[in-house]
Design a protein. Structure first.
Length: 269
């Protein structure tokens, strides 16, 4: 399995004040030069006919705002430290360490969805050269990573690097968010049997707690996601986040827990 590379997506702000029945999030718009530091910890376990595979990793990274506009944000992510334990051996550690110090510039929509990668070719070349230098040509992890990096740039970036960006974006709503629990059921996704979001003010004018739950079942495979985050009302950024994903099928299961913690100081309230 390929380790998740921790990233985050920053969203645009809509300055306003709190209103009855809602809480206004992101009252200060992001600007070029804004920089954040995060720590991400992931624990993964897969059980199937081949036994049990586990992986835990810890990643420290910075996220910088390069540009901001009506179309979204341009961001730069740089991983600075990696720790990993994987039952697959040392090859995964070498693959994950290959990204340390390599800047990845990408763009997100106002809703936080990745929409483009600006320096993918340079990033890909640097990372693959490091992997090739540290692993023999016959190594299965090396071959797997090379295959995934050959996908179209945005597809490969989302699979290999932007998983946490999507998680954080879903937990960083912008504008006026209704307080209490609301349904998020998608009428176009018939596999969704439950999807809710709940917003609670924990510190007025300072912090809000966001909870999301979803349950999907399709063709004998069930997937549940439970996410909780403490978010700064001022800059709209996650302070602490935990997401737990459980997938069950007839022949096995997967459990993944992601914890993201902001290391840089939040704006004063």
């Amino acid at each position: 399995m390929i380790a998740r590379l921790a990233l985050a997506a920053l969203l645009l702000a809509t300055p306003a004040a709190a209103q009855d029945g809602t809480v206004q999030i992101r009252t200060r718009a992001p600007a070029p030069g804004d920089a954040y530091r995060f720590e991400s910890r992931t624990a993964f376990e897969q059980s199937d006919d081949h036994g049990v595979q586990t992986q835990t990793n810890r990643i420290e990274f910075t996220l910088e705002v390069l540009g901001a506009g009506r179309e979204g944000l341009q961001l730069r992510q740089t991983v600075w430290a990696v720790e990993i334990q994987d039952t697959g051996g040392a090859s995964m550690e070498a693959a994950l360490n290959a990204v340390v110090g390599a800047p990845l510039d990408f763009r997100v929509s106002p809703q936080g969805r990745p929409i483009g990668v600006d320096n993918w070719q340079a990033y890909r070349t640097q990372v693959l050269a490091r992997i090739d230098a540290s692993l023999p040509p016959t190594d299965p992890v090396r071959r797997l990573v090379q295959e995934r990096y050959s996908l179209p740039p945005l597809v490969a970036a989302q699979e290999l690097a932007l998983g946490d960006a999507v998680i954080m974006a879903t937990m960083e709503p912008s504008g006026a968010v209704p307080l209490g629990r609301s349904s998020l059921a998608d009428p176009d996704n018939r596999a969704t049997t439950k999807a809710t979001i709940e917003a609670t003010i924990t510190h007025p004018g300072c912090r809000v707690r966001i909870n999301r739950e979803s349950l999907r079942s399709l063709s004998g495979v069930s997937n549940s996601i439970v996410s909780t985050a403490e978010v700064s009302v001022i800059d709209g950024r996650v302070l602490e986040l935990e997401e737990r994903r459980v997938t069950r099928a007839a022949r096995g299961s997967q459990t993944e827990t992601v914890q993201i913690r902001r290391l840089s100081l939040p704006p004063p309230c």
